[in-house]
Design a protein around this ligand. Structure first.
Ligand code: ADP
Ligand code: MG
Length: 240
């Protein structure tokens, strides 16, 4: 098992945001977390990525294991060192820096210049629109291109597990398709993915398995394909 969260409960001050959530990601999988706004999906990702504290949250109870070892309480940079990188909701690229500089920032932990160059090549090959714009300031890119850059920057850290929070949010339909295709391609190259998405149908299409969140709890889990066919999921998330 790559990632295992057991009976995880998280609060922001008095607000319980996640109650006894258990989920896992096996090596090689794409796992999706779907559910309405405020259901606790981002909270689950933040708990895993060591980003709760920065948001005023704390883990109440539960355990999180990465490759069998407890990671509860580890800082983000320690988790990056273990092989887990989060692409946050809203992308957060460095707007005044170029595409190239953003990717270099991603590779900062990698001391070997030749290895950084190789990783950069791989990212630019994966995302041709970025390759065509390496000297362009990130703030002038379209939303879809910025999302590619945010994912590319994360890939520079060579994660075993890529965590992505709402990567399709705000994208035009063309880029939306492209981002899901790219996630599948990244997974095909050996990176496991834990994906939070409002766009349930697209997420379930590419996910091996998924968890359905509702008001701070996981209420359903199954393969992506089974959930796509589930009447309950259809009614709630897929518009009938
Ligand atoms: N930084 C925060 N401070 C206080 N409450 C928060 C914070 N972030 C999220 N919440 C609350 O926690 C619950 C779960 O939110 P979140 O994990 O963002 O849901 P989702 O990602 O599924 O939309 C919601 O009730 C939300 O209002
Ligand atoms: Mg969210």
């Amino acid at each position: 098992m790559l990632l295992e969260a057991r009976d995880l409960s998280v609060r922001y001050g008095p607000v319980m945001a996640l109650k006894n959530a258990s989920f896992d990601v096996k090596k090689g999988e794409i796992v999706a977390m779907i559910g309405p706004n405020g259901a606790g999906k981002s909270t689950a990702l933040r708990a895993v990525a060591g980003m709760l504290e920065a948001m005023g949250g704390t883990i109440d109870t539960g355990e999180i294991l990465f490759e069998g070892k407890s990671i509860r309480g580890l800082k983000t940079h320690e988790l990056v060192g273990r092989g887990m990188v989060l692409v946050p909701e809203g992308r957060h690229v460095f707007a005044s820096m170029t595409v190239l500089e953003n990717l270099e920032m991603g590779g900062y932990t990698n001391k070997n210049a030749a290895a950084v160059a190789d990783d950069m090549d791989a990212v630019l090959t994966l995302f041709p629109p970025l390759k065509a714009r390496t000297r362009q300031k990130a703030g002038t890119l379209s939303t879809g291109q910025q999302q590619m850059l945010a994912i590319g920057r994360a890939l520079m850290l060579k994660p075993k597990l890529l965590l992505a929070d709402e990567p399709s949010l705000g994208l035009s339909p063309n880029y939306l398709e492209l981002i899901f295709d790219k996630l599948r391609e990244i997974n095909g190259q050996g990176t496991s993915i834990l994906l939070v998405e409002q766009n349930a149908s697209e997420a379930l299409e590419i996910a091996h398995r998924a968890y359905v969140f509702s008001i701070g709890e996981i209420v359903l889990t199954d393969t992506g394909q089974n959930l796509l066919r589930s009447d309950e999921v259809k009614k709630t998330f897929l518009g009938g």
